[in-house]
Ligand binder design. Structure first.
Ligand code: AMP
Length: 170
């Protein structure tokens, strides 16, 4: 789906000098393109084989929830600090431009055993790695990750020991 690139704006030096920020939000301003992308992502074998989807705060929610609806799969979320109530499981990670923590609600996580991770973009792989570590520490299976954009020069894939499916590769 190379034509998708025309709906992605690049912002140099955002949010920090040296980062080329890829803004995927143009895609959801184009319902036909967005639908085509969601249909493609939802037909992935990773999604089909997973018991549930886990999507990552915040742009991952946009794509994850649309896939969840299309594929009729439950979705749970991994969120940044201070956003989720109840008992949580957490892990820290390093981002292309900073550090953060992700949390998952224990109650939601315990319902499903195998997961497809969904996010907007794979850069260094730190974020996805953080989510997969939480899942593995709780004896859950990670079947793979689906992202809209992959920044291949950052080699995030090399950090991950499960399949990565990306719709656009830079
Ligand atoms: P990483 O952990 O390095 O793979 O970073 C992936 C996460 O950070 C995703 O949730 C993205 O939303 C965000 N991100 C990292 N780098 C970029 C970038 N260059 N452009 C847009 N989003 C980015």
């Amino acid at each position: 789906m190379n034509s998708l690139k025309e709906f992605i704006d690049t912002y140099k030096d955002y949010p920090k000098k040296g980062i080329e920020f890829k803004d995927v939000l143009g895609i959801i301003q184009e319902p036909v393109i967005f639908k085509e992308l969601i249909l493609k992502m939802s037909s992935s074998q990773i999604i089909k084989n997973a018991e549930a989807i886990i999507s990552i705060d915040a742009r991952g929610f946009i794509f994850g929830s649309a896939i969840s609806l299309q594929a009729s799969k439950p979705m749970i979320v991994a969120r940044k600090p201070g956003k989720l109530p109840g008992e949580l499981v957490e892990n820290n990670y390093t981002l292309e431009y900073g550090e953060n923590t992700l949390s998952i609600q224990k109650k939601a996580l315990h319902k499903y055993n195998s997961y497809a991770i969904v996010d907007d973009l794979l850069a260094t792989g730190g974020t996805v790695n953080c989510v997969s570590k939480i899942l593995e520490q709780n004896n859950k299976e990670v079947l793979g990750i689906l992202v809209v954009v992959e920044l291949s020069n950052l080699e995030g894939k090399l950090k991950l020991d499960f399949p990565v499916e990306s719709s656009i590769i830079y």
